[in-house]
Design a protein around this ligand. Structure first.
Ligand SMILES: Cc1cc2nc3c(=O)[nH]c(=O)nc-3n(C[C@H](O)[C@H](O)[C@H](O)COP(=O)(O)O)c2cc1C
Length: 149
């Protein structure tokens, strides 16, 4: 199983989470910024994790475009999950749920509930412990994939 963590970032916080997730997904896993992502590398059996900062209650335009492209290609047989980074407000909107829906519509098999990681302000930093929480979430993902195998 190849594992790819596709992410976008403006200030680096989502990259930090993406790298923490990738570090727990096995030796071949890589965190790949959306600009350099080649969707042709994904094959049935692979794991795709998508991460985006929330921008105006949605994933970034680049992540939305990449998900639309993946939707046109189809993700049948690919296992997938999504996370976002956000500020801790009463009203913050959601990107992880929207990305999970797009992955489902593309035909992927969802292996985890949408997940949120928190930053202190728009530019960060991440709240204390979020990198470790991301690593633990990734370890749970792997366990879930192994249970489903
Ligand atoms: C233009 C813009 C819109 C944003 N909209 C939201 C939002 O709707 N909800 C939210 O929780 N955070 C919002 N944020 C805060 C981002 O989620 C935060 O900047 C991001 O988590 C930082 O991640 P990054 O360092 O990977 O860019 C917004 C930030 C920017 C710059």
């Amino acid at each position: 199983m190849k594992a790819v963590v596709l992410y976008d970032t403006a200030y680096g916080n989502t990259r930090t989470i993406a790298e923490s997730v990738a570090s727990k997904l096995g030796s071949g896993a890589a965190a790949v910024q959306v600009d350099g992502f080649d969707p042709g590398i994904l094959h049935p059996g692979d794991l795709l994790v998508v991460g985006s900062p929330i921008n105006g209650w949605k994933p970034t335009a680049r992540i939305a475009e990449s998900l639309a492209d993946l939707g046109r290609r189809g993700l049948a047989g690919v296992k997938a999950a999504a996370f976002d980074t956000r500020v801790k407000l009463f009203i913050h909107g959601d990107a992880a749920k929207k990305m999970t829906k797009a992955l489902t519509e593309a035909g992927a098999t969802i292996v985890a509930e949408p997940m949120a990681f928190y930053v202190k302000g728009s530019e960060g930093p991440l709240l204390e412990g979020e990198e470790e929480r991301a690593a633990a979430w990734a370890a749970d993902l792997v366990a879930s994939v192994q249970r489903q195998a």
